[in-house]
Each structure stands twice: as C-alpha cells, then as structure tokens.
Design a protein around this ligand. Sequence first.
Ligand code: HEM
Length: 281
Amino acid sequence: MTRMAVYAGVFDPPTMAHLEIIERALRIFDEVTVLIAKNPSKGQPLFTADERVAMMEASLSEEQRRCVKVSAYEGLTALYAESIGACALVRGMRPYADADAEIALALMNQSLAPDLPTVLMVTSAKNMYLSSSFVRETVLMGGIVMHGSVSSAVEEALRYYTIVFGDGRKVTRDTEFYGVQLKQGDMVYALVSGANRDPRAYEHADEFVVDRKRSNHLGFASGPHRCLGAHLARREMQVAVEEWLRVIPDFRVETDEPLVERGGGAMTSLMNLPLAWEVEA
Ligand code: HEM
C-alpha cells in the first residue's frame, strides 16, 4: 500500500527549509502531497497561489517530481488530507519560535481527524532559522529570491550593500591607468562598491540574490590590506541575523518612502530603517 503524507503550508515563498522537509518526509513516506493554502489566515500573501505552486514545482528535483504532488487548496487541512487518502500530516518545526504553535496545530488536527497523526520534523542546522518571512522581506526590499540560507544572504549583503565602499591608496610610481596619468605620491580612491555591482562580474549585479552561488566580492577589499577580521565579521553578521530571526521571525519594513543610504568617509549606512512586528500581549 502506498503511504502518502500531506505537507501543508503557505510557502510564501518556498525555501530551502521546506525542500529539506520534503526530502526528509520522502525517507519515511512513499509519496508527499504538498498543499499550498490559497488564502492563509495570516493575511495577504506576497505570491499568488499559482505562483507558489509553480515555484514549489520548479524547486523539486526530477526524482522528487515522481513522488511529490503540489496543489493549492482551501479549507481545513486535516479533513482535506483525509479526503485524499493521506496517512499522516508533516510539518516543519523551528526551535522556540514554532514549537508551541506547531504542537497546538497538531492537537487541533488530531481532534478533527483522530486517525491522521502529525509528524513534526526539524531541518539541518543550516536551514534551521530560514523562514519565508525573512525571504519575503528580502523580496520586498528589491531582491529576487527562491532558495536561500543565512550565510549566503550575509555574503550577498556584503557585496550589495558594501559597508566600506572605497579604499584610498597612495600611488607608488608614475603610471598610466586607462589613459589617466598618475604621479608618484598622488592619492587615488577605488570605489569597491561600484566594482561589487559590476554587471561584467556578476549576473543580476543590481539585484539582491539571496542564494547567489559564487561571490568573490570586494566587501573586505583585496590585496595585502584585505580585512584581517573578515572571518570573524562574517560569523558575527550571521549570528546577528540568526538571533534576530529567532526572536523576531516575522517583521516588515514600515514605510513607503525610499530607503536612503548615506556615505561618510569610507563607510556607508542607511539613514533610517523603520521596522515593525506584532507583539503578543
Ligand atoms: C562587516 C565588518 C567588516 C568590514 C566590512 C570590514 C572591511 C574592511 C576593509 C574593506 C578593509 C580594507 C581597508 C583598506 O584596504 O584600506 C579592512 C581592513 C582591516 N580590517 Fe576589517 N572589516 C570588518 C570587520 C573587521 C573585524 C571584525 C576586524 C578585527 C577583528 C577587522 C580588522 C581589520 C584589519 C586589522 C584591517 C587592516 C588590514 C591591513 O591593512 O593590512 N575588520 N576591513
């Protein structure tokens, strides 16, 4: 007998964490039906149900497509899952943020469909804190995203929002550079933030691609003065993002005004970034 589990959610948009849950579910069940909620209770989704179905389908491997069905649905998940012959419900669970809500949901589904157990799964550590809301915010702030992880997002932030945007250097000998005569002792300024968005070096150079595969950016400069603290800085940024998402997984940019960056000396930063999130009483 084929054992089919239902993995239902909003998937706005699908992330690597969702794909990992599907992969893990397939180690237990013969088939997985991914049900994408058309009208989630959380509010208006960023992507339409059709877009989310298409994104999820496009993210599956050839092999997975043979045993994973994706469709949109409306109504009560447990009853719908029972009606299509599921033997279990699968849910992904992140620590802290999700645990209480997921257990409450499992109990509610159990009362609606007592013969349909819920299997709560965790992802590997690298996808543990990845959430659709994080990916969604990136989309809203101008990025294009499909898969992602915190470390590739940090790397892309270092490229796209180059913090140390330029390097000053003293010319050591008379030379010509692209037709410009430079004399020994002249000061030059290399705008690495411009190089970091060079379309000859990066595909979609002017977009924030959260899962960019290869990024040899100049966010830490290059050559003999390359940042000595690059590894520590990366780690700190990653921990900061992970901790933020652990405590505040769902947030939004609370302004319709354009976000303004200001440079001073060699550093650049946002003048203002109003964020908002719901706080439970
Ligand atoms: C996101 C954080 C950071 C960014 C974007 C950054 C960026 C840079 C850049 C662009 C340079 C080269 C400056 C130049 O070429 O003139 C530099 C140099 C340097 N950075 Fe960082 N840095 C960061 C964090 C850190 C940390 C955490 C440390 C130490 C723990 C550190 C230590 C250094 C040192 C010692 C140099 C001088 C290297 C040299 O001149 O030989 N940086 N950094």
